[in-house]
Design a protein around this ligand. Structure first.
Ligand SMILES: [Cu+2]
Length: 114
């Protein structure tokens, strides 16, 4: 629950105006779904380093069209959900989604690629 609140606050910080908490979900959910901040683009990657204590992972990734980003060798992402580290083992091939939220590249989902 605490984590949810923290993430919501982070998303909120990226918005120009943040309405009352009660309106928060209604306000942000549709924009996120339409691709304003989040992206459903599945990106190919390979885990370079996982740092659960820092909520961070470094990923060698292919092109990220939604972010207009060329492939990179070791790009750090903020991991919003610690449970994702189950899929983030150094050397492991993954498919992931990401979004730039309040200026930070956030790893939204990750799954092992087989
Ligand atoms: Cu990158």
């Amino acid at each position: 629950m605490k984590k949810r609140v923290a993430l919501a606050a982070l998303l909120c910080a990226g918005a120009l105006a943040c309405p009352a908490w009660a309106q928060h979900a209604d306000h942000h959910a549709p924009a996120q779904a339409s691709g304003n901040a989040a992206s459903a683009e599945l990106i190919e990657g390979e885990v370079v380093a996982a740092e659960p204590q820092n909520h961070r992972v470094k990923i060698k990734h292919g092109e990220i069209k939604s972010l207009n980003m060329a492939p990179m060798n070791a790009m750090p992402f903020h991991v919003k959900d610690d449970a994702l580290f189950e899929h983030l083992k150094p050397g492991g091939k993954i498919r992931f989604t990401t979004a730039k939220i309040a200026g930070v590249y956030v790893l939204l989902t990750a799954e092992e690629a087989h």
